[in-house]
Design a protein around this ligand. Sequence first.
Ligand SMILES: NC(=O)c1ccc[n+]([C@@H]2O[C@H](COP(=O)([O-])OP(=O)(O)OC[C@H]3O[C@@H](n4cnc5c(N)ncnc54)[C@H](O)[C@@H]3O)[C@@H](O)[C@H]2O)c1
Length: 282
Amino acid sequence: MYNLLKGKKGLIFGALNDKSLAWKVAERAYEEGAELVLTNTPVSMRFGEINELAEKCNSIVVPADATSVSDLEMLLDKTTAHFGGKIDFILHSVAMSLNVRKGRTYDDLDYNYLNKTLDISAISFHKLLQTAKKKDVINEWGSVVALSYVAAQKTLYRYNDMADAKAMLESIARSFGYIYGRDKKIRINTISQSPTLTTAGSGVKGIDGLMDFSERMSPLGNATADEFADFCITLFSDLTKKITMQNIYHDGGFASMGMSYKAMKMYNQALNNSINSDEFSD
Ligand SMILES: NC(=O)c1ccc[n+]([C@@H]2O[C@H](COP(=O)([O-])OP(=O)(O)OC[C@H]3O[C@@H](n4cnc5c(N)ncnc54)[C@H](O)[C@@H]3O)[C@@H](O)[C@H]2O)c1
């Protein structure tokens, strides 16, 4: 370990269970010397295992709904009171789509669900940043990271309204990144992660096929949750102070590929086996 976060204080959203990307980041951040506060919704705290993580990381858990500004205000107050000072880094690892969950296709969206998707998965990031800035709770040269996916740039079958949420999330990182950087020297980035088998990931129908496809397409293979945590730590550290307003692909090269030998081989095999049905379910 490198002590990259020694003396730093961080707030981590979205650790549900030991598969969560946020869970891995919390473990790594703790290993690297950070002090942590963890947060998630009251419901997910009941179903998840976050208290186990808190024990491991010697941190507290503060329940909060990331779509509620009053919850965020309370959360930031409790976090700074716990630390006895300001925060150095924040991870926003929060997303949910009821359209995906309930099997509504993109050409048959429920608009109340869409509003919820955008509120939970994108606008909550704005709410968090705005509340943090108004309360001035992040130290100069602090770092904020949110989690995105390449569906923000390219259409991927079945990613549904979450693609719109990710596009908005990345835009918020840029727009707020300008203001927070200019006024407080705080950097804001999104990491665009490979598909990963987490609770949210498993919610995307056909995730296994998608993961196999991106594994074949990526010259370095899919990035795992542990590798995600490693990368995220560097963005929280002082080694990346001038990186801001970026969406950084952490995907083994997938986003720059069009076709690879391994994917072509699989496609040709399917062609030879005459598996060329054009039927689709959405
Ligand atoms: N798993 C993947 O394939 C993948 C790939 C790229 C990006 N991501 C993104 O990574 C992030 C974390 O997801 P994950 O894959 O670790 O799955 P996860 O299910 O473990 O985490 C999602 C978290 O969001 C939390 N959440 C939902 N609604 C909330 C609310 N209103 N307020 C606060 N928290 C709320 C959940 O409780 C949960 O902890 C998400 O933004 C997801 O879109 C995931």
